[in-house]
Design a binder for this molecule. Sequence first.
Ligand code: NAP
Length: 293
Amino acid sequence: MQQEVGFMGMGIMGGAMAANLVRAGYSVTVYNRSRDKCGELEEMGARVADSPAQMARECGTVIAMLTGPQALEEVLFGREGAVAEFGENTLFTNMSSVSPAFSRELAGRLQSSGCRFVDAPVSGSKKPAEEGSLVILAGGESTDVEALRPLFEVMGKKVVHCGPVGQGSMMKMAVNLLLGTMMEGLAEMLNLGRQGGLDTDSLLEVVTSGPLNCGLFQIKESMLREEEYPAQFPLKHMSKDLKFVLDTAYEEGASLPTAHAVSQTYATARNLGHGDQDFAAVLSALQRLNAKH
Ligand code: NAP
């Protein structure tokens, strides 16, 4: 019999990923801090747990897709946290984006519960989560990653086993450094051109007609054109990830001069009130920082 799958975190990504598991026929129990976000999954046939502990009691496989370390701390080790119910038959997977150091530390803290642990953050945003076409970046024992592969293949189009625990998060940091830098580069290109009297349409046309064209720029094109930024990947999460990138670079001795500037720009954008918008709103922040002629 298929084991019950527990899924914690019904945000932009988690809600869509859990829905795909239900559609694929898995028996799923969901938990979210704000219970109202579980309504759609409940209508689809998922069970709703009152607490992480209740969910963990009933589920051999437990997945978390939450903001980051603080949220994980609360659902795992807080009041009615899941870890109290973990045992040797539990396979816990953290798909939230965190630093590799946090993943390795978490693995150490989970050891006494006897559970197995995989870190498996994802590359891809809201639409790939809805379509089940994420790229899943797994770190852990091969046997555990293989046990999770059928679930991963429902949520994603590709599973990359990056190495032992922590290496999924290491890959995620590397990918998000590139993502944040590319978005920042496009925003600065548009900002310069517009300040210099060019219009957004022609700037975007030039980018997307030549060798610089790419999937990311195509996805963000309409947001930038319309200057409306409904969150697919909230800017505050990009800012969080770039903080982890810089911490990781320091620990590993990696030289990343541009990352410092890019991280600072997203932090400024968040401080200017763009945190809940999509990270493409970094363009709005740049515009607000321009000299007023
Ligand atoms: P989101 O929509 O902001 O959802 C965050 C989730 O975390 C919600 O379920 C929220 O619960 C929960 N949460 C936050 N703080 C909590 C706490 N203290 N205790 C318990 N639960 C807490 O985020 P998302 O976009 O789905 O992203 C989730 C993770 O995936 C993040 O690590 C993000 O960096 C990563 N990611 C996102 C994207 C993307 O494009 N969106 C792409 C790749 C990776 P409430 O509903 O109660 O607030």
